[in-house]
Write a protein that binds this ligand. Structure first.
Ligand code: ADP
Ligand code: MG
Length: 735
């Protein structure tokens, strides 16, 4: 694969613009969609505030908000504030110009004499030029305000009403870096009065963490109207996974071909970057660069990678001038462990909470006395501030990334690093509990139940259990049902499932996780020595670790399956389909073809997908059923727009056609497949398995081969089709 010629797809310097590259944020996007859906020309204005730390992904989310608004046919106007825009005249003048531009572009704006109204003309009026027959009032009011008069709110409102009427669709004003106006009462109060009187507008403000705090201090009357959306680090491994995968996919690369160990890297990135999308992109950028320049043979997250990341930071960002970094570079291993531990839940957890969550996964490498001693030292040297129990680490994101990297470089890669992080205590405790359980069950036939998030509760789970117990004839309202489904599938449909509820409580906070196993394995967690040791550690520190096992007899699988297919909601269907797909690979590798077909067909029933249809086509092809293979292959072609996958389906369809003796159609399909691939920067597509034709004894035979590169296989197949055609015509001419 010619990798050096590709552009590096990981861009940590610019916000995400394309939906294809945007990862995670499902909950946030659905809340934004909800507000947008409420908007209508006769509905009062809506307000959204996207707020979060620097580089958390606010501008990227604002870009997606704009895309969602456009998808709905709304008019969108965009404003990126700079410090000079903070006074009301500049702010509203700029916002107004943006709206004029957007409405003008959408529907065309003309004065009564037919002249086009553009932001340029508006700007000229704002600077004092007189225009006759001008239907708008506000630009003149701006001109007067600049000459020392007052800005007319009425003129602005009248114009905005006029513009909304012209647009005929809601107008969405998106403002980035909105913290710049957050402490301006004059701006905020005008924004609010406008909002209460105007219809058909949505105001979306994106800004740093203090956006809402400042608004509430300055003008809390406005705050009540906002839908506040906090932009935080990614909490789920799946989001990190997507964040890494999507840029590679945009180049037509399969992440499994790019990484030595894709899933392992995703796991490591999660803790290494604290789930921060900026850092994920940054690390991936460096890994990709090292691969491209031939330093590594694939993308790897090794100590060498971390050094390169550090070098990039050192080259660009005055490392020497930063007090935190200079201090950290002089620290011993124990000090580094203590500092990271102390800062592993910034501004959220108490010292005792931090220590407890640390010890739950195993005996600590430093004593509590040593930890306290280091802490006092850090505070005395002003490396860390502790204010009313809350730990603060001065410095910015850059410093914090550097601290994590330096630490890992010094202490090696520990199994469960507890690094600088902004997780809140419950999330921290849940993650540490998960780590502890991973160790406890390491050699046991037990697994951790997947969950939606660290916030999933026992009640959520119980409502799912009740559904599976009764299979009622109504919608499966519980959105968590997919996790139990996964447990049943991965245990390969046992008669009963053992679910162990594990709760860890400290200082009034409880974290909960679940384990599952087949009843026949009869695992009792409380009897495992490693679990007892963890309970002991928790008790010694004044906390508690409890486990309770529930045995759940299951209804026959076909009944459960049919019920889920009929009643589950769209998100769950997608997850359940994915689970059957994963499982289909495992059983295929075990050689169980009927079970593979069953999993794939079930996946397709949950959600028709290219991959299920294509794999069913392939199995039918290998199993000597070309008619069924052709049918599935045609279904799969219709289910994808991706050149690579479409080419593969076309190839499979062509092989079925060859088997059915339809050579002309097969040739056409192969040519189309070759065409699909020819347009890609990297046409290589290594397929796990492929049925490849070859010539033997005056006829075609097929052979299943692992890891075949599709472009080559298409060429070979075209040659073979040519051979058969020539062979047939030769036979005809000799007869
Ligand atoms: N949802 C996302 N998916 C993938 N990458 C993201 C996402 N959000 C942010 N990023 C990455 O993080 C970086 C910072 O994001 P940005 O939106 O500019 O943050 P902010 O506006 O909060 O400072 C971007 O350059 C991008 O690489
Ligand atoms: Mg930004």
């Amino acid at each position: 694969m010619e990798i050096s010629a590709l552009r590096n797809p990981f861009d940590y310097a610019n916000p995400v613009r394309s939906g294809d590259l945007f990862a995670g944020r499902q909950v946030e996007l659905s809340r934004i969609s909800y507000v947008l859906d409420q908007a209508a020309p006769d509905q009062p204005a809506g307000y959204i505030a996207l707020h979060g730390q620097r580089a958390a992904g606010k501008t990227s989310l604002l870009n997606m908000t704009q895309a969602l608004a456009r998808q709905r046919g709304y008019v969108t106007a965009r404003l990126d504030l700079v410090p000079a825009d903070a006074d009301p005249v500049s702010f509203f003048a700029k916002a107004y110009e943006a709206i004029i531009g957007a409405v003008g572009e959408a529907v065309g704006l003309t004065a009564s004499d037919g002249r086009k109204i553009t932001p340029r003309i508006v700007r000229r009026v704002m600077h004092g030029e007189k225009q006759d027959d001008f239907p708008l009032e506000f630009p003149e009011s701006v001109a007067q305000a600049w000459a020392g008069g007052r800005l007319s709110e009425m003129a602005l409102r009248a114009d905005l009403e006029y513009l909304a009427e012209q647009a005929g669709q809601p107008i969405v004003l998106l403002v980035d870096e909105a913290q710049l106006v957050a402490d301006r009462k004059d701006v905020l109060s005008m924004l609010r009065t406008l909002g209460t009187q105007l219809c058909g507008y949505v105001f979306v403000l994106a800004g740093t963490t203090d956006l809402l705090v400042r608004i509430s201090e300055v003008f809390d009357a406005l705050l009540r109207q906002f839908e506040p959306i906090k932009v935080e680090q990614f909490n789920e491994v799946a989001d990190v996974h997507n964040c890494v995968m999507r840029p590679l996919r945009s180049l037509g690369l399969d992440p499994h071909d790019c990484f030595e160990d894709f899933h392992g890297v995703v796991q490591d990135l999660m803790s290494l970057t604290d789930g921060n999308p900026y850092e994920i992109q940054f690390f991936c950028h460096v890994m990709f660069h090292r691969w491209q320049s031939g330093v590594t043979s694939k993308m790897v997250l090794s100590p060498g990678t971390l050094d390169s990341v550090r070098e990039v930071m050192e080259a660009g960002g005055q490392v020497q001038d930063r007090p935190l970094i200079s201090a950290v570079r002089k620290m011993s291993v124990d000090e580094l462990v203590a500092l990271n531990l102390l800062c592993s839940s910034l501004e959220s957890s108490t010292i005792d909470e931090l220590w407890f969550s640390h010890c739950i996964t195993g005996a600590p490498s430093i004593s509590r006395e040593a930890f306290d001693g280091f802490r006092d030292g850090f505070v005395a040297k002003r490396i860390v501030e502790i204010d009313d129990g809350a730990v603060r680490l001065p410095g910015d994101l850059f410093d914090h990334i550097y601290v994590r990297l330096w630490t890992l470089n010094k202490i090696g890669q520990p199994r469960h690093p507890q690094l600088v992080s902004r997780y809140r205590f419950r999330a921290l405790l849940t993650r540490r509990l998960e780590y502890a359980l991973e160790d406890v069950i390491a050699d046991q036939p037990v697994r951790l139940l997947s969950t939606c998030c660290y916030g999933m509760t026992q009640d959520n789970l119980e409502s799912c259990l009740a559904l599976l117990d009764t299979l009622p004839d109504s919608a499966a309202e519980s959105a968590r049902i997919q996790f139990l489904h996964e447990a049943i599938v991965r245990c390969r449909f046992p008669a009963a499932l053992d679910v162990t509820v594990v709760e860890c409580t400290y200082a009034g906070t409880t974290a909960v996780r679940w384990l599952y196993a087949r009843d026949v394995d009869d695992i009792e967690l409380t009897e495992l020595p490693a679990f007892r040791a963890a309970c002991e550690r928790a008790r010694a520190l004044g906390g508690e670790l409890r486990a309770e096992r529930l045995r759940l007899p299951l209804k026959p699988w076909p009944d459960v399956r049919d019920w889920l297919v009929k009643h589950a909601g769209p998100v769950e269907r997608n997850a359940m389909a994915g689970c059957h797909l994963t499982e289909s690979f495992d059983v295929y590798v075990d050689g169980d073809v009927p079970a593979t077909v069953e999993h794939l067909s079930t996946a397709f029933r949950f959600e028709p997908s290219w991959i299920a249809a294509n794999n069913l086509a392939y199995l039918a092809l290998v199993g000597g059923e070309p008619t069924s293979a052709l049918d599935w292959a045609e279904k799969s072609i219709a289910l994808t727009d991706e050149p690579k996958t479409r080419a593969l389906s076309r190839y499979n369809a062509a092989m079925a056609l060859v088997k059915l003796g339809e050579l002309a159609k097969a040739r056409q399909g192969l040519a189309e497949a070759a065409d699909d691939l020819a347009r890609l920067p990297v046409p290589d597509y290594f397929c796990r398995f492929l049925l490849v034709p070859h010539w033997a004894d005056g006829g075609i035979e097929f052979e299943e081969k692992p890891r075949v590169n599709l472009p080559g296989a298409i060429e070979t197949a075209l040659d073979m089709v040519g051979l058969i055609e020539r062979h047939a015509s030769m036979r005809r001419s000799t007869e």
